[in-house]
Design a protein around this ligand. Sequence first.
Ligand code: PLP
Ligand code: COI
Length: 346
Amino acid sequence: MKQNLDWNNLGFEVRETNAVIVSKFKDGVWSEPEVVKDLNMVLNVYSGVLHYANSCFEGLKAFRGVDGKVRLFRPDENARRMQRAGVFLDMAYPSEEMFVKMCLMCVKENLDFLPPYGYNASMYLRPLLIGSNPQLNLLTSTEVTFIVMGNPVGSYSGTASLTPVNAVICRDFDRAAPNGTGSYKLSANYAPSFRAYNRAHAAGYKEILFTDSLTHTKIDEFGSSNFFAIKGNSYVTPLSDSVLPSITNKSLQQLAADFGMRVEKRVVPVSELDEFSEVNACGTAVVITPIWNIVDKATIEDSAIIGNHVFGSKEVCGKTSAMLYNTIRGIQDGTVEDAHSWCITL
Ligand code: PLP
Ligand code: COI
């Protein structure tokens, strides 16, 4: 049944939808993807994922365009990133074809929940890969479950798009170890940051910026998104083995180059922050979220401030970042030509 949700105020939260799509890997083969209406699933209490977090996930969006068409933004890239994580975890993973097919099935089954054009809302797809066989030993999953869920969402921060937010550098907790798991979208990367997020939110900061865990002198990324900055005519983003290779960031780098900007993917020292005119978080959930202020302290709760970096205005997004935002959102909505053939239509 067509849903009549408050499309302007969806936020980023779970809603009960029509169905999820499920496939199971057992005895060396994936089962035919199934439409499952009950969102509560039965798992053996010894399932590996519940104990050892043998699990990875993805995030991508489907949009209802100005022309009525439904577009998925670069699902092939998400498929390949999940495959990297599957290889890292040494567990079975879906082929690119199966991944994309199940994403399309999920949107089709939940079309009633796909936000209409014009509300700056979309359907967030969450593909999840979990080790589901019972296990006590520390061994690779022999049975794996792949689920694709879909959820109508608005803005991640809960404010109007392009509303600048503040951030704090986290110096007393490291998100990703050198040679660790930061560049893979493993579920296990996220829970350890919840406490840091709670502390940051209680102290009045919306986002957390993580630096390299060895020296804490180089910028890595935010807890939910990549970092990019504008410096003159350059698009600057950190080169680091501990950062998740963001599909949004990759796309924005291409768009910046298309606009004739210089793209610098390189080590970004914290000491360079004051040289940037615009700083943003970018990712599927956050799209482009301008950062107007980054505070640096020894610990999140410390009253002593080591550094206070302010970019542009607290009220409005910088001009270059807004141009990049409008271009990527236009491609997703079908109002800007998809020159790189990024979108797949339903
Ligand atoms: N970095 C982290 C830690 C993330 O969780 C995400 C979200 O997926 C991103 C970056 C952005 O990646 P993408 O643009 O592919 O969504
Ligand atoms: C996404 O942007 O898809 C994410 O996975 C962010 C999420 C962890 C909040």
